[in-house]
Ligand binder design. Structure first.
Ligand SMILES: Nc1ncnc2c1ncn2[C@@H]1O[C@H](COP(=O)(O)OP(=O)(O)O)[C@@H](O)[C@H]1O
Ligand SMILES: [Mg+2]
Length: 231
């Protein structure tokens, strides 16, 4: 089982949304995904509840409470034993022993960031923190920045210079764009199943097109993530 963790000091960086998207992309490809909820606000539990009530929860996936060390250990053991292909850990912002343990146990670390100076500042601090932790523990774990909420249209000068700055670090080549379909995932459930449902409704053709574009992004992103895992 491969453990992938999304981390950043900053709340609102797009960690949970990135994991929801990746989860749907892998499930759409028949993979079993365990979601370790290390954020006591429980966004993934709410996501599952919304998915279940909308008929858009993929039974290939399961949420495990992991906001305490003992729960995390139990979740990891159970998911590994039950043959999940991937485990995704959603961390809360900031640093904690729990976050450190997740970082040190991962096979891939993803640091999502928006392209504002404030976000990039926090991202650089998180990156540095992660690298120092890995050096101290003598671990080599691939760590990559994911540009999140990237505008679909032209970037402003400031956004472009932020992107240039990040290009010096290991990046996941496909970004996550700012899309309504991504923002709506937390309420609608899993994107690939939302797409299936919309496909049956001729009135929803336009929405369906947007959701399909978003899903295509996620499939590309999941391919990049697999590549990083293999490297
Ligand atoms: N790619 C995206 N497109 C549109 N909205 C997004 C995107 N990524 C995140 N958001 C929105 O930004 C807010 C913060 O994202 P979230 O994933 O909860 O961040 P974090 O988990 O890092 O705190 C949420 O309201 C979410 O819907
Ligand atoms: Mg979150």
């Amino acid at each position: 089982m491969n453990l992938i963790a999304c981390c950043s000091f900053k709340g609102g960086a797009g960690k949970t949304t990135a994991l929801m998207g990746l989860c749907a992309a892998f499930a759409a490809q028949g993979r079993r995904v365990a979601l370790f909820e290390a954020d006591e606000n429980r966004p993934l539990t709410r996501w599952k509840e919304n998915g279940l009530s909308n008929d858009t929860w993929d039974p290939l996936c399961e949420v495990f409470a992991a906001d305490e060390m003992s729960l995390l250990e139990a979740a990891y053991e159970q998911a590994d034993r039950e043959g999940y292909d991937y485990a995704f850990a959603d961390t809360h912002g900031g640093s904690s022993e729990l976050n450190n343990t997740i970082i040190a146990s991962s096979n891939l670390l993803i640091i999502p960031t928006m392209l504002t100076p404030l976000d990039v500042d926090e991202t650089l601090a998180t990156y540095r923190y992660v690298i120092e932790l890995l050096l101290n523990e003598k671990l080599t774990i691939p760590t990559a920045i994911l540009c999140q909420r990237v505008p679909v249209g032209r970037l402003t000068g400031s956004q472009r210079s932020m992107a240039d700055m990040l290009a010096a670090l290991p990046l996941i080549e496909s970004p996550m764009y700012e899309r309504d379909a991504f923002a709506a995932m937390k309420d609608r459930g899993m994107l690939h199943l939302t797409l299936q449902k919309l496909g049956n409704d001729p009135m929803m053709r336009l929405v369906e097109r947007n959701v399909r574009t978003a899903m295509d992004d996620l499939i590309a992103l999941s391919g990049m993530v697999e590549k990083k895992l293999e490297a």
